[in-house]
Design a protein. Structure first.
Length: 279
């Protein structure tokens, strides 16, 4: 995997991840022959938004953000001769919290090189649900939404909104794991086809000039067993000239490079178009 750029990596600042240190990640990345990487910790959730998962651990605490940025800034310098290290965040798109998210990005965006925008939370009747927390919770969501197919529709609708929403100058340029709704597909299959929704999303990628997080994590999820997105969607994205950036979505050092062996079109993988281009 020489020359790989990994644009989706978590850190010890993640409350649901591992305690592996940032330098352990970087040393391992160098060993794997990475040419570069972006650390994309889950950005703090907007103040006042209640994390729908029981442990309240979906994202980094706001109080830790300055230390995260400072530590990465010094490591970026320290390792600059070995590989390109970029400072990023995985920002949640939360329907109804666009103003808060834009304000957050306006404040911290200038300190970022790169970022991902992801949908993990779905809104229904003024409540929010976390899509990828557990198979049990997914089942509960399907019951609330009426069916598994309804969860998929809601997910793709929210994903489309994330792409078209105005999150300001520092809006992330890459969309995270665009088929995350498939995480528990073996347990919650659906007969319905979402090809049209996905095709629509790819068109939006094109018109908004966005990159696709070609995310290997789904392959190691026992009820998913395919990357986000699966091969067919990647084929189509490549045909349309949408830039793909590999993402291991590693939450531990061991997860670096995950899924890479099974991905297709690795020759089409690119490096992110950084937010702070020209710097
Ligand atoms: Zn995570
Ligand atoms: Zn994510």
């Amino acid at each position: 995997m020489t020359g790989i750029y990994d644009g989706h990596i978590h850190t010890p600042y993640c409350p649901h991840g591992s305690a592996d240190s940032l330098s352990e990640y970087i040393e391992r990345a160098i060993q794997l022959g990475y040419r570069g990487m972006t650390f994309t910790e889950h950005a703090p959730l907007p103040e006042g938004f209640t994390d729908p998962v029981p442990e309240n651990d979906s994202a980094m605490e706001m109080s830790r953000l300055p230390a995260y940025l400072d530590e990465l800034t010094s490591l970026k310098k320290y390792y600059s001769s070995a590989l390109t290290l970029n400072i990023g965040l995985e920002v949640d798109y939360i329907e109804g919290w666009e103003n808060e998210t834009r304000a957050f990005l306006n404040e911290f965006g200038p300190r970022l090189d790169d970022a991902i925008l992801s949908v993990h939370f779905l809104k229904q009747n003024e409540h929010y649900y976390c899509l990828d927390y557990s198979e049990t919770m997914f089942g509960e969501i399907a019951a609330v939404f009426g069916s598994t197919a309804q969860v998929h529709s809601s997910y793709y609708r929210t994903l489309a909104q994330s792409i078209t929403s105005d999150l300001g100058t520092y809006k992330p340029r890459r969309i995270g794991h665009m088929t995350l709704v498939n995480k528990f597909q073996a347990l919650y299959p659906t007969e319905a086809s979402f090809e049209r929704d996905i095709q629509g999303i790819l068109t939006l990628f094109k018109t908004h000039g966005l990159e696709l997080d070609y995310n290997g994590a789904g392959l190691s999820k026992p009820f998913c067993k395919e990357p986000y997105p699966p091969d067919k969607v990647v084929e189509e994205a490549v045909k349309q000239g949408i830039p793909l950036v590999f993402g291991s979505d590693a939450h531990s050092v061991k997860g670096l490079g995950q899924g890479l062996d099974s991905l297709i079109h690795t020759e089409s993988l690119s490096v992110p178009l950084f937010l702070n281009r020209g710097e």
